[in-house]
Design a protein around this ligand. Structure first.
Ligand code: ASP
Length: 394
């Protein structure tokens, strides 16, 4: 993150030549003398009150190469991003977090765009945060209620997608119980961008981005740094322990890709029956038991047993699972003093985490939910923002 000399605005780099700037509402005449010389396009997330020097204003949208995303047309997997792409998303999300702190947390950035959420599987956090994110960017949001749609009459996924796209949708946010469904949807769409909001056991890339954002935020608070100034260096050598139903968890797969790309040391802790059949190619270690692994961990990432994918059959009983692998009150003293406990939600209190532990400050699940909006704003902006996004003259 780069700060202009007057300290009023915050700039984040989207690509070598594109920057996003956030200025306080009503801030006119920004001093941008330290503005990076190589910038050719700036998307200002003000509400139109700021004025830019004319040279920059002229170069704004017209010069913007499209797309400005660090990834391709779609976000299906964390592998689409790599370390540099993750860093860009976190940087832009930081800028949007500032927007969220405003009295009216809304910017015209995606005005005129239409974003559809297609959730073929249950969701609370992911769906609401994508919809909130889209609305804060001034996009129009439509949401397919699968239970009352023609899907129930037997319409195929392909026909559903083609029908929705025919209405001029710009982006589809897709959750599906089948691994690979968003990849298929991306093949079928002609112009709409596709975001994977969780597919079967495969991936949940925006959850891993939220988790990275939250971990960095907590570390920055402790060190007194600006999170953006930390970049992603705070992940280098960070010891992250992922605990629970790794085999059936799309969150775990995205986390492993993200954390290892950023240089963290990832360890998995799970009963053998809940580890994937092969870990070949996974850049991870495996802990034999939870008690000895907990004390070494800077971050403990808990996962829910994916009962909808039959996880119950892989553990003798919930009580035994909790005794072996749950973050119980008894295990709390085993955690390092600085440990951060994450959980993507929904938490099943009393199973993977004791209710009392879930409510302690060490557990940052609510913060993860709050950060979900800024991170998803960043993803939507990076996918759609280059196509005539609202700039300072809007
Ligand atoms: N909400 C996350 C997901 O959709 C985690 C979970 O459901 O356990 O995968």
């Amino acid at each position: 993150m780069h700060r202009p000399t007057d300290g009023h605005a915050t700039l984040a780099r989207l690509s070598p030549s594109i920057w996003v700037g956030v200025a306080p509402r009503g801030d006119a005449g920004l001093n941008v003398t330290s503005f990076p010389a190589e910038s050719t396009a700036v998307h200002w997330l003000t509400d139109g009150h700021a004025t830019l020097p004319s040279a920059l204003a002229e170069s704004t949208d017209a010069a913007a190469p499209a797309p400005n995303a660090p990834f391709g047309r779609h976000l299906i997997s964390i592998a689409d991003l790599g370390a540099a792409g993750i860093a860009e998303v976190l940087g832009v999300a930081e800028a949007f977090a500032e927007v969220e702190r405003r009295a009216i947390p809304k910017v015209p950035t995606l005005r005129g765009k239409v974003i559809a959420t297609l959730f073929f599987e249950e969701s609370t956090r992911t769906r609401l945060s994508f919809e909130t994110a889209a609305k804060r960017l001034s996009a129009d949001v439509i949401s397919l209620a699968v239970a009352t749609s023609a899907v129930k009459k037997g319409e195929s996924l392909r026909d559903t997608v083609e029908t929705v796209e025919a209405m001029g949708i710009d982006a589809l946010v897709v959750r599906h119980s089948s691994s690979g469904a968003p990849t298929q949807v991306a093949r079928w769409t002609k112009r709409a961008r596709v975001v994977n909001a969780g597919d079967g056991w495969h991936e949940h890339p925006t959850q891993a981005l939220v988790d990275c954002f939250t971990i960095r935020q907590v570390i920055a608070e402790r060190t007194g740094d600006d999170p953006a100034s930390l970049g992603v260096s705070c992940f280098e050598g960070l010891r992250i322990l992922i605990v629970g139903d790794i085999a059936h968890s799309r969150v775990a797969r995205s986390q492993v890709l993200a954390y290892s790309a950023l240089g963290a040391e990832v360890t998995l802790a799970a009963p053998g029956s809940l580890l994937p059949p092969s870990l070949e190619g996974w850049p991870v270690a495996v802990a034999g038991d939870l008690d000895s692994a907990l004390g070494r961990a800077d971050v403990v990432s808990l996962l829910r047993l994916q009962a909808e994918r039959g996880s119950g059959a892989y553990v003798p009983s919930l009580r035994e699972y909790t005794a072996g692998w749950g973050l119980t009150a008894r295990r709390l003293p085993l955690l390092a003093d600085h440990a951060i406990v994450t959980h993507p939600g929904p938490m099943v209190r009393g199973v993977e985490i004791a209710s009392d532990v879930a409510d302690l400050p060490v557990t940052v699940a609510t913060r993860q939910v709050a950060n979900g909006v800024a991170v998803r704003m960043a993803v939507l902006f990076l996918l759609l923002g280059a196509e005539g996004a609202g700039g300072p003259r809007d």
